[in-house]
Write a protein that binds this ligand. Structure first.
Ligand SMILES: *Cc1c(COP(=O)(O)O)cnc(C)c1O
Length: 362
């Protein structure tokens, strides 16, 4: 470990833009002449309130959140949303639809079963989650309180390339690992949520975007802290919010804005991923885990035919400054997570490294 920063391909927590870290560092002991760190401020103080409101407003602007949606800053990770969603919504009809396309959507599905009748609307388990089911394959229940899916499967490296059409049934989507990487028509959704530590901020903050009419349907035994309505009524300040993470989110959003916003990210993210997929498809040694047409622009999963060669790749890549490329144990092989903060240059260099490894070991 030296003084240079590495290209960090971690799935999460993951890279943050260098400019953001440097600014946070410069402001860490004395935020804007307040004489204290953001970490030391009352969440009810005037100076913090401005950070909070500005961050929320900028999030709404960049993600194009319509007025009839609340933006909530919560804790407990995306995993707590796996409970919060059914607790707050399933009371509407007692039933819900779930698409299981990977690890996290499967956890969400199993958790929801505690609270009502859950219909498995689609599953890609038959092929170890290497694909996304097509619209025609969804078995939809028109009486479902909502339809839950995960937009990007962080572990398997697949991503929905379409927004499911569920008629009047509200869409609920886990966007933890592709949040703000592409333009989303929020009005098609009932709820969008995600943990911040993949694409937006340090771990400790969860963002939920909740449509107005979905508030106030919580089951009677819903823990106070898990009710969307209370959090919406109190503007996410019923108790102490994750102040520092929200401040960091604000810095990331300003950085994002300077790069052309979500539209700017969308323009480059597919090209970034395609650099890797092209090299992998042209190689002799490597195959991609995800089927074409379902491949993720955020998490590129690949492997050789030999686990020992995979280990050699990971070790040599680490020595060359490309770290955290080992795949998740459910998939094996390698995974390159290339979220918003990963510069194109880092992806280009990794593509060159893959090409060289293929030539030297083929
Ligand atoms: C990481 C991740 C989660 C789990 O997030 P936590 O914040 O650790 O609870 C859930 N869903 C997706 C898609 C993820 O990538």
């Amino acid at each position: 470990m030296g003084n240079t920063r590495v290209y960090n391909f971690s799935a999460g927590p993951s890279m943050l833009p260098l400019e953001v870290l440097e600014r946070a560092g410069a402001e860490i002991t004395n935020y804007h002449g307040s004489g204290m760190s953001v970490m030391e401020m009352s969440h009810r103080s005037k100076v913090y309130d401005k950070i909070f409101q500005d961050t929320k407003a900028l999030f709404r602007t960049l993600f194009h959140v319509p007025d009839n949606y609340h933006v909530l800053f919560l804790q407990g990770g995306a995993s707590t949303q796996f409970s919060m969603v059914p607790l707050n919504l399933i009371g509407m009809t007692g039933k819900a639809d779930y698409a299981v396309t990977g690890n996290f959507s499967n956890i969400a599905y199993k958790e929801a079963k505690k609270y009502g009748t859950i219909n498995l609307a689609a599953s890609s388990e038959d092929k170890n989650h290497t694909y996304i089911p097509a619209q025609e394959q969804l078995k939809l229940d028109p009486e479902a309180s909502y339809f839950h899916y995960c937009a990007n499967n962080t572990i398997y490296g697949t991503e929905w390339q379409y927004v499911p059409d569920t008629g009047k049934v509200p869409l609920v989507c886990d966007m933890s690992s592709d949040f703000l990487s592409r333009v989303v028509d929020v009005s098609k959704y009932g709820i969008i949520y995600g943990g911040a530590q993949k694409n937006l901020a340090p771990a400790g903050l969860t963002i939920a975007i909740v449509r107005d009419d979905l508030l106030g349907h919580e089951l009677p035994y819903t823990p106070m802290m898990l009710g969307y309505k209370l959090m919406a009524d109190k503007d996410s300040m019923y108790n102490t919010p994750p102040c520092w993470c929200i401040y960091l989110l604000g810095l990331v959003l300003e950085w994002l804005q300077s790069k052309g916003g979500v539209e700017g990210m969308e323009k480059i993210k597919h090209a970034k991923a395609q650099l890797l997929y092209d090299v992998l498809d042209d190689s002799k040694l490597f195959t991609c885990a995800a089927e074409k047409g379902s491949r993720s622009d955020m998490n590129v999963t690949f492997r050789t035919a030999d686990p020992e060669l995979d280990a050699k790749f990971v070790a040599e890549a680490t020595d060359a400054g490309f770290v955290n490329l080992k795949g998740h144990r459910n998939v094996g092989g390698m995974r390159a997570s290339i979220y918003n903060a990963m510069p194109t240059e880092g992806v280009e260099k990794l593509a060159d490294f893959i090409k060289a490894f293929d030539q030297n070991n083929g």
